[in-house]
Design a protein around this ligand. Structure first.
Ligand code: DI6
Ligand code: FE
Length: 407
């Protein structure tokens, strides 16, 4: 049976290009069969819309459902003890040498059963949904062997079935070198390429990611992986220029990548290459904050070059222990100097672009999937201004209404 919903007495931040927030005041929005069927001024509502359930928005604001385009939401264990050790004087390197850091999460993720991993990850996902998320990207990368990478990706898919949310997976086996490949990074990349073919064949991979860094993988190693991805028809993206200028963003642009992420050390030439290839710059201010970084991504130059900037949580146990997209919005403004309109665009329209989903979601426009958030706020900037809070009132995913308390 078709399910129609008419949301009335709202203002809409459509996030369509052309003006800040794509504002539409005194609006109404009609959802029909999971898509936005009509959106406009309430006074211009056409007659004869047929039977529909009416929702009175009481002067609240509609935005596209938020899109978190870079997360490591599926992992085992936690790293709060390392946080404590660091504040008691241990350095990040000392902790890593003692078997901590990414390796400790890898050990915990390998040890966790699929059900344990699912349950722990679901709690984090629910935190995001309570803040209006309707699409989330989830990476593997704490398995570093075929079996555990598969387990992570399967859990990511299961999360998308358990909740009203769209999940896009990224294969991130090239995240760190596992202990069993110590000193054999090239062999490990060969293995990553073999596993990619297997997991892509199982329908578990939507995109391919890697960590291009002195402490991660070299440009040449990442390029081999990207070639394999292209051979399988999969889009690529990259953790690039987070701790040093390793040339990762330029490489991503060369392969027509969806996004290059972090980018604190991005240089001018790479910005031009990203503008040319339409690669999105995904900014991750929570990781910047937690690592107490001081070098800010070149926002003014990205803006000037017309590179689309997305904003995301980077939710992970090491450098961004948060499942709060609203916190990421605030930090994108406070730490990186994005305007609230740019930040919100970065978690809607440009985040959709970063996942190759702009045809489907990311703005409020007729024909798109009805991924919609209704907020109890006085103006859209409030979503960036307040640190967290609980401003979400209702959320629709593909037209299905889910109350924040009832995921
Ligand atoms: N960059 C990061 O900030 C995270 N991964 C990456 O490539 C860190 C992940 C972790 O410490 O667990
Ligand atoms: Fe990351």
């Amino acid at each position: 049976m078709p399910h129609n919903t008419l949301i009335r007495h709202v203002h809409a931040a459509t996030m369509l290009p052309g003006s800040d927030y794509g504002l539409l005041r005194d609006a109404a929005l009609l959802i029909r069969d999971g898509r936005i069927a009509w959106l406009g001024r309430e006074t211009e509502l056409p007659a004869g819309l047929g039977d529909c359930e009416e929702v009175d928005g009481e002067g609240g604001w509609l935005t596209p459902g938020l899109i978190d385009c870079h997360t490591h939401l599926v992992y085992g264990g936690d790293r709060s003890h390392e946080f404590e050790m660091r504040l008691n004087g241990a350095s990040y390197e000392e902790i890593a040498r003692a078997g901590g850091g990414i390796r400790s999460t890898v050990a915990a993720t390998r040890a966790a059963s699929e059900v344990e991993l699912f349950t722990a990850s679901l709690r984090r996902l629910d935190g995001m949904l309570r803040e209006g998320v309707t699409t989330v990207e989830i990476k593997s990368g704490y398995g570093l062997d075929l079996e555990t990478e598969r387990k992570m990706l399967r859990v990511a898919r299961q999360l998308g079935e358990a909740r009203a949310v769209r999940v896009r997976t990224s294969y991130l086996a090239a995240h760190a070198l596992p202990p069993e490949y110590q000193g054999r990074a090239d062999d490990y990349i060969d293995a990553c390429i073999d596993w990619l073919a297997v997991l892509a064949g199982e329908g578990l991979v939507d995109a391919v990611d890697a960590f291009c860094e002195r402490i991660g993988f070299s440009r040449e190693q990442v390029e081999r992986l990207f070639k394999a991805a292209k051979g399988l028809g999969l889009p690529v993206k990259l953790h690039a220029e987070q701790l040093s200028d390793s040339g990762g963003a330029k490489l991503t642009a060369k392969y027509g990548g969806l996004s290059a992420d972090h980018l604190e050390w991005l240089d001018e030439k790479a910005i031009a290459a990203m503008a040319e290839s339409g690669t999105v710059a995904a900014l991750l201010p929570i990781a910047f904050y937690c690592l107490r970084e001081t070098k800010v991504p070149p926002i003014a130059a990205l803006r000037q070059a017309g590179v689309a900037m997305a904003v995301s949580t980077d939710c992970n146990p090491g450098t961004a222990p948060s499942s709060s997209p609203l916190l990421a919005l605030n930090m994108a403004c406070t730490l990186f100097g994005l305007t609230p309109s740019e930040a919100l665009t970065g978690m809607t329209r440009y985040a959709a672009k970063a996942l190759g989903l702009l045809e489907e979601t990311g703005t409020l426009a007729v024909g798109k999937r009805a991924d919609v958030a209704l907020w109890r706020i006085a103006r859209p900037a409030e979503l960036c201004y307040w640190l967290g809070g609980e401003p979400l009132w209702q959320r629709w995913h593909e037209g299905r209404m889910v109350l924040p308390s009832a995921h």
